[in-house]
Design a protein. Sequence first.
Length: 318
Amino acid sequence: MLKLVRLALTAAIMTAIAVRLRRRARLPRNQPAQPAAPARARRTGMGVIWAGIAAIVALTLALALLPAGGWQARAAYEEALPQDENLATVPEPVAPPVLSSPAPTASESPDQDPGCAPVPRPVTVRPIDPRVKRAVDRQWRRIERWLEANAPRTYRTLRAPGKARTIAVAEAQMGVDFPDDLRASLLRHNGSRGAAAFGLGLGVRSGGASHLGVRQIRDVWRTLCASEPGSGRWNGRMIPFLSRQGRATEHFTTYAVVDSTDGAVGWEGADGMTGRAPSYYALMRAVADALERGTALKLGDEPEGRHPTVERGVLRWE
């Protein structure tokens, strides 16, 4: 901008000098000097000259600030660029390729359970059927009231609610969809810190069982997939939700699982699922009924049911 102003002023001064010299050139050389013009006339003449200079300055600035034509701007831009053919065009940005690991085939890993090699998928928070959510919460309220009044130590082991996105992440990493009733239960209590609230009704008297939180479910699933490939004892479609380690299983841990294909629950084992219940919700309702009525809880093909008892504030099943 400063260069433009200087250019305009230079043009104006040069114009004024040219006008002055032209006027002097028109005067006869031998003509006697004329008397000095009145002061008013001199001021008027100078005003005209300065007005002309100002007009020239304004015109020069206006012309300098006008945008150049399209071809002129393009020519100036190309002249300013480095003379490198690689800079002649700017390529469009290309998105990085999406890397995905193909599911292993039988030839790659003959003992690998296909359910333990899920295809990568995006994390998606799926909605829960409102009727299922209300039904699960209703059974939890029955169980919570009974535990708080009769087995306070077990009641205090219940954890805070889980998060829907954490469940969605576990589903994506495991390649299975948690049934709505299991997800609704985890959103109310994300596992327990000790004695399970109702899982022991599935078949054994033990104080070593505990409900698994979302991350524990994922980690146990990974461990079982890695430790028992091709054994027939574990299937990747199963979702562990309760662990048990007690007198009868002191050397290893067994797990209660939900079958992601049909929603059935039971204890996993070499001979298949035992203590089977049709669904997670059915197990919750049967447990709530047994607690409130003091009746036996009998599931699946068990020969006899188990009664809820309390020892030093801890719920047990006899």
